[in-house]
Design a protein around this ligand. Structure first.
Ligand SMILES: [Zn+2]
Length: 348
């Protein structure tokens, strides 16, 4: 499977979520509840997955995903399937040190009784021969989306989640997932924890995997709490600088980053030289569709610090909150932009 991914230079992919059809969940809204239930919901999710996959193919995306059509929330949907978490008993906590949210409580030892996403991944695998990527929440982002009334230690709880994620990841690998991605936006916030135990927990989550592994670290969806936060970060966003040295030495294969329209100085990528980098070349916080030339420009800048055979053009983050038409336009722009650079590299 690895040969498939590496066959083409600059393989394109998305960070994760894509818009859902209006008959499945209310569009242009984060964490929108399902409109169907029971068997209809199961079939509806599969139909939406097929459409999302087809749209990725038509746009020329090389590494495809389920567009997260089968989950409501990138963290909560996973946690819902675990023991030890009480969803009735909710507490308000500050997420990512940024905004208040009502979250479930950890009331006992956490464990996974059965697979969470494996059937969905198997279904995706049946639909395509292209390389597939599957996203899981990272351990640090999981603990940041909960109130812990049992372990009373962020590190201990993250370590328990890492073990559970590893079980799930091994099953995803077994059904043919080529890249398993862990979403860790919390890595851009809790720097001391990241370096003290966050990266160690991530490495525990990928222990023993033979497929490729990725970590997605972004500045979040285009929601108000995030755009307000970004305004406080100044003209240069150097958050990545904190975790990069240790990530460079980690066993993670790929690092997925937000680059386009962000204030991240591109030279920070030098700190992870040697890793494959999913370079976010599509802004998910605006409805304006990038031109292929704008995408190419971001990729060209990244090429100064990432070797061409390690550069994976991508989106900054998930596109759930966008309209389907805008998301389709952005996917096509990503492909077309990558194509410009492929031609430039071939002409050299
Ligand atoms: Zn993201």
């Amino acid at each position: 499977m690895k040969t498939l991914i590496n066959k083409r230079l600059l393989p394109t992919s998305t960070a994760g979520s894509l818009p859902k059809p209006a008959w499945l969940a209310e569009p242009e809204k984060l964490w929108s509840p399902w409109k169907l239930e029971g068997n209809e919901l199961t079939e509806g999710k599969q139909d939406a997955l097929r459409i999302s996959l087809q749209e990725q193919k038509l746009a020329g995306i090389d590494i495809v995903s389920d567009g997260e059509q089968t989950r409501q929330h990138f963290v909560t949907t996973f946690i819902e399937h675990l023991n030890g978490v009480d969803f009735e008993n909710r507490k308000t906590v500050k997420i990512r040190d940024r905004y208040d949210a009502s979250v479930p409580t950890v009331v006992g030892p956490v464990s996974r009784q059965k697979s969470v996403f494996v059937e969905d991944a198997k279904f995706l695998r049946q639909q395509t021969t292209q390389p597939i990527k599957w996203a899981l929440p990272g351990p640090m982002t999981m603990i940041d989306t909960l109130y812990d009334d049992h372990y009373k230690s962020r590190e201990k709880l993250a370590w328990e989640f890492a073990k559970i994620l590893n079980q799930e990841a091994k099953e995803l690998e077994a059904v043919g997932v080529d890249i398993i991605q862990f979403d860790e936006p919390a890595f851009n916030v809790f720097f001391d924890d990241v370096n003290e135990w966050g990266i160690a927990c991530l490495e525990r989550a990928i222990e023993g995997l033979k497929c490729e592994t990725a970590v997605h670290i972004c500045y979040g969806y285009g929601i108000k709490a995030n755009t307000d936060w970004k305004k406080t970060l100044g003209t240069e966003w150097r958050q990545y600088e904190e975790a990069f040295p240790k990530l460079q030495k980690s066993n993670i294969d790929i690092i997925s980053l937000e680059c386009h329209n962000s204030h991240v100085p591109m030279e920070l990528l030098e700190l992870i030289r040697g890793k494959k980098v999913m370079v976010g070349a599509i802004d998910v916080a605006t409805n304006k569709i990038e031109t292929p030339e704008e995408v190419a420009d971001t990729l060209r800048k990244a090429l100064q610090f990432v070797d061409a055979d390690k550069l994976y053009p991508c989106t900054n983050c998930g596109m759930t909150p966008l309209s389907r038409q805008v998301a389709r336009g952005k996917l096509s722009a990503l492909s077309a932009g990558a194509d410009i650079i492929r031609k430039e590299l071939a002409a050299k």
